[in-house]
Design a protein around this ligand. Structure first.
Ligand code: PHB
Length: 392
């Protein structure tokens, strides 16, 4: 309570101090995109920013008579930075939207500021279920770990997996992944024989791989956030664990399109759940992949990039609906229930929870024309976040 008062006092004082500055033409709308552009999550930031810029390149920088100005800031994945940058963007730059959030703890740090300033916060990456409950001004366009974990648990249990070990990163989305995998897998008569957690920063995977191997499961379920997950899967197959009759399964991070081609042919056959594959067979996605690669030196877009692309879509469409008004409440209302086609497939914003509703695909790594891809072969259609449903 006391903290909140001090905090509110800070914001008001700062707004008074800066109210005469921050020249912002009435017809300009600023979007403050805070991403992790350096450190462990660099690849995540690169994908999101590239996709946001691509959206603007394709749709122009004017909507409802307003010129959109994208301000990109690097928080290096450190929550104190994210919070400070969000404060500066709200007070000095007078942004109408905050966006980004490359890790769950960063979204937690900014949520109270979005509430206080009544500024919509577009969560483009962070994926713990609870994030959208941290502020009524948060709209998520990425995915949730329960969405991915439930889909792959269901598929695995129905396709021969009986004794599984879970291995997740030890923070909120990892706990979500572990919990929801376990619930669905055991409901379907599977058994979890060990649950392993690895640290978020600078993890050394070797001891955890050893522990997983010693437990001798038939299946290893893995969630490690994009940026580090490729290293894990590479070590798994390099150590021959897949040859030790342990089936590697997981969420899309572990066969991330950004890193997949570098993982080598050992990774072929790995089955994961995912909200997006660069091989998604739609005309819209073919055009997206081509345009993204062209604008980024051949870089392949991954499941993280879609947060940047679709995040800009909700911003543009919300402004369209409010006829250019930047009142936070009007913008949030405009986003509730919004539905559109994305390169990942049909998606919408749940009007009750402000969370993403989307198809979660089951995919297998295959080689196509000399390159490795996640080939979708099944879909759990229009899945809401199971994390919210579990609380009802
Ligand atoms: C998260 O911190 O919520 C997060 C980040 C990257 C991912 C998945 C989850 O790939």
């Amino acid at each position: 309570m006391l903290r909140k008062q001090i905090h509110t006092g800070w914001l008001v004082a700062a707004m008074v101090a800066f109210s005469s500055g921050g020249a912002l033409a009435a017809d300009t709308v600023r979007v403050g995109l805070i991403m992790t552009m350096t450190g462990q999550q660099t690849a995540v930031g690169k994908q999101v920013v590239a996709a946001a810029r691509l959206y603007m390149q394709q749709h122009g920088d004017t909507i409802a008579g307003k010129k959109i100005e994208l301000i990109v800031k690097d928080d290096a994945g450190i929550a104190d930075n994210t919070k400070r940058l969000a404060q500066e963007l709200i007070v000095n730059e007078k942004v109408a939207f905050l966006a980004g959030m490359g890790l769950t703890p960063l979204a937690f740090a900014v949520a109270p500021l979005a509430t206080e300033a009544r500024v919509p916060l577009i969560d483009m990456v962070a994926a713990a279920s609870v994030i959208t409950e941290k502020s009524p001004y948060i709209v998520r366009v990425s995915f949730t770990l329960p969405q991915h974990a439930v889909a792959i648990a269901d598929w695995a249990a129905k396709n021969g997996s009986k004794r599984a070990v879970t291995l997740v990163t030890d923070y909120a989305p990892g706990v979500d992944a572990e919990t929801f995998f376990k619930v669905r897998f055991t409901e379907a008569s599977g058994t979890i024989i060990d649950s392993i957690r690895v640290p978020l920063m600078a993890p050394d995977f070797a001891p955890f791989l050893q522990r997983a191997q010693d437990a001798a499961p038939d299946t290893l379920f893995v969630f490690i956030p994009a940026g580090k997950a490729g290293a894990f899967s590479r070590q798994f197959v390099e150590r021959g664990l897949n040859k030790a009759s342990i089936k590697l399964i997981g969420v899309p991070d572990i066969t991330d399109d950004d890193e997949l081609n570098g993982m080598g042919d050992h990774i072929i056959g790995t089955v994961t759940s995912g909200n997006y594959s660069a091989a998604h067979p739609s005309p819209m996605n073919k055009a997206y992949v081509e345009a993204f690669k062209k604008a980024n030196d051949g870089l392949r877009p991954n499941f993280i990039s879609l947060g940047g692309y679709d995040g800009m879509h909700v911003i543009y469409e919300a402004l369209n609906k409010t006829k250019g008004s930047t009142a936070g409440d009007a913008l949030i209302n405009a986003m509730k229930g919004m539905a559109w086609e994305s390169p990942r497939g049909p998606i919408s914003i749940d009007p009750d929870t402000r969370d993403i509703v989307q198809n979660i695909y089951i995919r297998r790594v295959e080689k196509v024309n000399g390159e490795l891809y996640n080939i979708e072969f099944m879909s759990y259609d229009q899945m809401k976040d199971p994390g919210k449903l579990a609380k009802k």
